[in-house]
Design a protein around this ligand. Structure first.
Ligand code: SAH
Length: 229
């Protein structure tokens, strides 16, 4: 999967070089690049923001550098072009899965008060929000999208880790996990997990999963909830 992020702060994406996503980038499963919008500014001081027409607080990112950057990275519109925005469609497990089906995605990050609407109208295919709150920039949101969607790209998690047995994968929360030692600070691992009877273990985990979901996220169990697939 090809991923391009367009941002005024490309160094923020250095943290993607760690752990699972870092390995996927090194092995070529993900072809990732953070592109600096400022490099495309035609202003002599490489300015990329200005005061809003109509007044109001803060600065707005200007159209020219963003427009030229998008068209330099994606001249033939091969990428699904996404603007990270609190006004967008809310990210969910099912949206992550569907994003992972795309060969190429471009994530545009706003900053300050956002981006001149005209460049969004001209260039963007869809808007995605990571939740009902306002961040100071789209960078952290883009990282959330990359991490959560990349997990569904073949080969990214490797054979040892599966995304088919996780919270939300069957519309429920995952059962609690335990590892060695069998007793810690006086608390023992549930006996059933130690006896090697996989049928019983499976049954126990399903019960735990159901009980946890009823307790913590009953909304997931109702048919009308959009988190349920
Ligand atoms: N003035 C805008 C908010 C701008 S916040 C408004 O009220 O709608 C600055 C940038 O942060 C945005 O351009 C967007 O790219 C990003 N951003 C803020 N909150 C976000 C969220 N919940 N999800 C995704 N991106 C977000």
């Amino acid at each position: 999967m090809r991923i391009r992020v367009l941002t005024l702060f490309p160094q923020m994406f250095d943290c993607l070089n760690e752990s699972i996503i870092g390995r996927a980038i090194k092995s070529g499963k993900l072809d990732f690049q953070a592109v600096d919008i400022r490099a495309y500014s035609k202003d002599k001081h490489q300015k990329c923001d200005d005061t809003p027409y109509g007044g109001g607080a803060g600065m707005v990112m200007t159209a020219q550098p963003v427009y030229d950057c998008i068209n330099a990275v994606d001249p033939n519109h091969e990428y699904l072009r996404i603007y990270m925005s609190p006004k967008g469609e809310r990210l969910s497990d099912s949206l992550c899965r569907s994003l992972a089906q795309n060969d190429s995605i471009l994530l545009l990050c706003g900053h300050y008060e956002g981006i001149d609407q005209r460049v969004l109208d001209l260039c963007i295919d869809r808007e995605i929000s990571i939740g009902d709150y306002v961040l100071s920039g789209g960078e952290l949101a883009a990282m959330v999208v990359i991490d959560s969607a990349a997990r569904f790209v073949d080969g990214v998690l490797g054979s040892a880790v599966s995304h088919e047995d996780e919270t939300f994968s069957d519309g429920m929360l995952e059962y609690p996990q335990y590892t060695r030692p069998p007793t810690f600070m006086g608390l023992s691992v549930p006996e059933v997990l130690l006896n090697g009877n996989h049928k019983e273990i499976d049954k126990f985990r399903k019960q735990q999963s159901r009980a946890l979901t009823e307790k913590l996220r009953p909304d997931l169990l109702s048919d009308t909830d959009d988190g349920k697939r």
